[in-house]
Design a protein around this ligand. Structure first.
Ligand code: GRF
Length: 219
């Protein structure tokens, strides 16, 4: 674990993104280590993924606290007790307060199932279909006080196919999420992401010439 960025993950549900982060962190030389997983719901399936991987997992049930601030103070207490340097939200379904965001400013990232700034909030796949967009996808971004509005670290585009419904589209976007989140975590943990003027500047080597057309160009 020495030299690896210590990461805490907050979840609410099945935790498939958490699983992708656990798998990535288990890989040789990955620059981050998951040190704690916290769920606000006792039934969150993701807790089992954490435990199976030997990562301490705890329930911090929001219903047990008098208000958001008290709940978030418990989260911060648990994260700090574990020595967390970066918080990853992975299907964490509680809107966080400005105070919590400020506390973890520049140290908390989230995955969202749309190409932000399009479709912040819920029901992104149905809204993408209703809007008729031909490319949908997912984004990993720093958390800011605006819901789903912080600096974007990385995105993956997913074509909308004829006949898609929100379930089929969600399934393909989720597969992209599972590749995008570990990639972005690696970039952050390697110190290759800098926040400047409200944007995330990423130094990553990639094929800048790759272009995406949907429908395929020349078809
Ligand atoms: C994902 O689609 C994520 O983008 C969104 O909530 C969903 C969580 O799924 N924020 P899982 O719990 O990671 O399987």
């Amino acid at each position: 674990m020495a030299g690896r960025m210590k990461v805490g993950v907050l979840i609410s549900g099945r935790g498939s993104n958490l699983k992708s982060l656990l798998d990535a962190c288990a890989g040789r030389g990955f620059p981050a280590a998951l040190v704690t997983v916290l769920a606000n719901r006792p039934a969150a399936g993701g807790l089992d993924h954490a435990r199976a991987a030997g990562v301490p997992a705890e329930v911090v049930d929001h219903r047990a606290y008098a208000g958001r601030e008290a709940f978030e103070a418990a989260l911060t207490g648990a994260l700090e007790a574990a020595g967390v340097e970066l918080v990853c939200l992975a299907g964490f379904m509680r809107v966080v307060t400005p105070g919590f965001v400020r506390h973890w400013q520049g140290r908390m990232i989230n995955i969202h199932p749309s190409l932000l700034p399009l479709f912040p909030g819920l029901d992104t796949h149905a809204r993408a279909l209703a809007a008729g967009v031909k490319l949908h996808g997912c984004s990993v971004h720093y958390v800011s006080e605006e819901v789903d509005g912080g600096p974007i670290i990385g995105q993956a585009a997913v074509p909308v196919l004829p006949g898609d419904d929100s379930a089929s589209l969600a399934e393909r976007v989720l597969a992209a999420e599972h590749r995008l989140y570990p990639t972005c975590l690696r970039l952050v943990a390697e110190g290759r992401v800098r926040l400047r003027d409200g944007r995330a500047e990423v130094s990553a080597d990639f094929d800048g010439a790759a272009r995406i057309f949907n429908p395929p160009a020349g078809a």
